[in-house]
Design a protein around this ligand. Sequence first.
Ligand code: PAF
Length: 289
Amino acid sequence: MHVFTSIKPMQEISLKLKAEGKTIGLVPTMGYLHEGHLSLAVRARQENDIVVMSNFVNPLQFGPKEDFATYPRDLDRDNKQAESVGVDYVFAPSGEEMYPEDYSTYVEVKGGATEKMCGRSRPGHFLGVTTVVLKLFLITQPNCAYFGQKDAQQAVVVRKMVEDLNLPMEIVTCPIVREKDGLALSSRNTYLSPEERAYALALPRALAAGRQLIQHGERNPGRVREEILRILESSPGIRVDYVEVVDGRTLDELPVLRGSVLLSAAVFVGKTRLIDNIDLEVAPCTAAC
Ligand code: PAF
């Protein structure tokens, strides 16, 4: 496995491999890898000749009061893990390499999917994501890029950018990887004290209760949302940021639950903000519901 910290050699080798007819799978990450990231690399390994993993804590997608400075980092450990799942190249640039002092170009998916949910709570976040992701795509030339379903809104926004800009590539989303007790893996889980870690379990529990309501025939999005909210608001140690029950492909509101549905929530546990979601295909309700 080779680690590049400069853009030029990473881009040169990517263009050369593409010209030779090799397929490239990109796994974009901010490092501090866990099994969720590794599952993306495993999928990329199965589907491509070459696997590139980027490891860059992107300052542009953090708000001024957010955790950019304290975001966990361990490049040596990350590189060992990346190598163990067959990554060929790691791209780990510095902030100055990606955004030199005179940097001034930004990529924005306007309206719709970027304005709600995390977009409302974290203004500018998705502008930072789409800007860095497009740069990563241009540097590493992927045929496919692999994103975790845990960041469901991010995947919808990136897919829209790829579609709108006619990028000749595919976005693949991979299922959320969870701890045995249901907590979705996240690099930010390391911030949680043992007590907060226990409180955080209300998040997957509330979303699972929402899914159960749908499985038992509920097709009113408002009622499913209320149930998730009720559980979260009655759980100790949890402050709700948002709960949404929306179309899983567009994040638009649904009058009735049908087709691709996303149950999504963000909460604060102490100072740590956690997100989680469940996506499901909902069949029209029959008399048996
Ligand atoms: O999902 C992440 O880790 C980041 O948002 C990404 C896609 C690597 C862009 O910085």
